[in-house]
Design a protein around this ligand. Structure first.
Ligand SMILES: *Cc1c(COP(=O)(O)O)cnc(C)c1O
Length: 226
């Protein structure tokens, strides 16, 4: 399958999942995850209609951006080290991996004020798999209060990575929990969190059924990574 067939295939599966759950397919953003994918293939996927690019590392994104001149929306999905907040604040339009206050504050400080605020999502880990980044549910309330309203940062929602599963149905409870957590945090803090970044190649249809507004897809578009 070429890249444009893969984009069409993922898009139609995404649309079908939205239809099944009575949602507007236009309310789900398809982010192509291009870590370890070279710039020429990234350009091909943009030519095939992709408008959102997700990268895991600041360094790799910086190198690739120089080769990609068409305007697209750049998302940082991976953990942001504190010594990379300055370049990240310039390179990206959205950061999905906020899990500490100081990183959010540093992003706010480094975001140039002639730009729109950087979109921010708080990463929540619902798996308790050792080594994973992200907050526990209980920590999310306080984080939202701390990040909401920072100048230069627009807090828009929550992000999670489901555990690796053999049947996508096993990921569904995690997506339901993220949505319910979002509802609870919105209710308690009064801060609107319209976005849920959840769903990857193996489980994005279930995530869409459960309310994802951003899905992050790598292998289903580009094949297995080296
Ligand atoms: C790599 C990655 C993805 C994409 O994973 P695929 O299984 O290739 O779709 C999505 N989100 C994050 C945070 C990732 O690191």
């Amino acid at each position: 399958m070429g890249i444009s067939e893969a984009v069409d295939d993922v898009r139609s599966r995404l649309n079908a999942a939205a239809d099944r759950s009575g949602r507007d397919p236009g309310a789900v953003r398809l982010i192509a995850v291009t870590k370890l994918v070279d710039a020429s293939r990234v350009r091909d996927c943009i030519a095939a209609g992709i408008t959102d690019i997700g990268e895991n590392r600041v360094q790799e994104a910086r190198a690739k951006r120089e080769d990609i001149t068409v305007p697209v929306f750049w998302h940082l999905l991976g953990h942001l080290q504190s010594n990379k907040t300055a370049p990240a604040a310039q390179l990206f339009d959205a950061i999905h991996s906020i899990d500490d206050v100081r990183t959010a504050q540093a992003l706010a400080e480094h975001r140039h004020n002639d730009r729109d605020p950087i979109a921010a999502l708080i990463q929540v880990d619902l798996t308790q798999i050792p080594g994973r980044h992200g907050l526990r549910e209980i920590e999310t309330f306080e984080m939202v209060r701390s990040v909401a309203g920072l100048p230069g940062v627009h807090l828009m929602g929550l992000m999670t990575v489901a555990p690796p599963v053999s049947d996508p149905e096993e990921a569904r409870p995690y997506f339901i929990r993220l949505r319910q957590l979002r509802d609870a945090v919105e209710h308690r803090t009064g801060w609107p969190l319209p976005h849920l970044s959840m769903g990857m190649s193996d489980d994005f249809e279930v995530a869409v059924e459960e309310g994802a507004t951003m899905v992050r897809i790598g292998r289903a578009l580009f094949g297995a990574r080296p």
